[in-house]
Design a protein around this ligand. Structure first.
Ligand SMILES: NC(=O)c1ccc[n+]([C@@H]2O[C@H](COP(=O)([O-])OP(=O)(O)OC[C@H]3O[C@@H](n4cnc5c(N)ncnc54)[C@H](OP(=O)(O)O)[C@@H]3O)[C@@H](O)[C@H]2O)c1
Length: 278
């Protein structure tokens, strides 16, 4: 099988491309830079049409990712790039489109969030453009995966951001503790490789059980967690004086987002990786 992977020069796409190659697939990595394995075909998602000739499956992970920045720069990749990719596929090849739990209407979330939760009201250009891109993908009959806070070796987003809350050997988080879902990159990769056989639609992807935020942060950073009052942290976040504490980071740390993953499990997918927290 020939599997086309976009975003393979990045964190998640690189793991997906490697797993695809290990499974015996012929891998082609489309992007501005090569992936870790397989053939490289240049594609700037913000400008051109991808050459998907011969692909049996397309796994689309390329995205403009980040907390802030001009909306049009996110849209050029996450919306317009998606449109160009879907036009190139023209409904003839299965597409797995990697979205994000950031598409969900902001919390707090008193109960686990299923795929029918509204996908509007996002507070960042990233969330808004991922939601707009996945609407195109869903309309075109793609399988859309929604992981949350992907972690693992080489993670360029979550861990560096978390490290910045450590001061004097302690992680300072807006209290109280909340439950949350995280997604091991290995679990996202196994879902990507299975999902082209699933019925079109959206699927939450996360580790088998939710974590205590504080226990997860303590396990990952290896330091104890201390709390600051939420109201004080929100005030600081609005000032922009603490780079790690953006309003978006505040939401992620306090909203208690647990993903209901029953839909993906019903397809026979099971997450094999997880964090050890004690
Ligand atoms: N990391 C997370 O916590 C998380 C959570 C939920 C969902 N996701 C989703 O998972 C996917 C991968 O994210 P990641 O964490 O692996 O991000 P990443 O490490 O920043 O990788 C982003 C990838 O997108 C590619 N890309 C960006 N702009 C491009 C352009 N104009 N043309 C072609 N390729 C472009 C980058 O390639 P070049 O820069 O080399 O061109 C890179 O390969 C994204 O769709 C993201 O929305 C991630």
């Amino acid at each position: 099988m020939r599997i086309a992977v976009t975003g393979a020069s990045g964190f998640c796409g690189g793991v997906v491309a490697r797993l695809a190659a290990e499974s015996g697939a012929d891998v082609v990595c489309l992007g501005r830079r090569p992936g870790p394995v397989g053939e490289h075909v240049f594609w700037d998602a913000a400008a051109g049409t991808p050459d998907l000739a011969g692909a049996d499956v397309v796994l689309h992970l390329a995205a403009a990712v980040g907390d802030s920045g001009p909306e049009q720069e996110f849209a050029a990749v996450n919306v317009d790039g998606t449109r160009r990719l879907l036009e190139a596929v023209a409904g003839t090849t299965p597409v797995v489109w990697v979205s994000s739990a950031s598409v969900y209407r902001p919390g707090p979330y008193p109960a686990p969030v299923a795929e029918d939760h509204p996908t509007d009201g996002q507070r960042t250009a990233y969330g808004r453009t991922k939601a707009a891109g996945e609407r195109l993908a869903l309309a075109a009959g793609a399988v859309v995966l929604r992981p949350r806070a992907v972690y693992g070796e080489g993670d360029p987003h979550l861990l560096p951001r978390l490290r910045r809350v450590v001061k004097a050997g302690q992680a300072w988080l807006p209290g109280p503790d909340v439950p949350l879902s995280l997604t091991a990159v290995e679990n996202l990769a196994s879902a990507c490789l299975a999902a082209h056989r699933w019925p079109p639609g959206a699927y939450n992807i996360a580790d088998a059980t939710p974590y205590s935020r504080d226990a997860a942060v303590a396990a990952v950073l290896g330091v104890p967690v201390r709390h600051v009052p939420v109201r004080a942290a929100r005030t600081v976040a609005r000032t922009g004086l603490v780079p790690a504490l953006t309003p978006y980071a505040m939401d992620q740390l306090t909203d208690g987002l647990v993903l209901d993953t029953a839909r993906a499990h019903a397809q026979g997918w099971a997450p094999g990786a997880g964090l050890t927290t004690s």
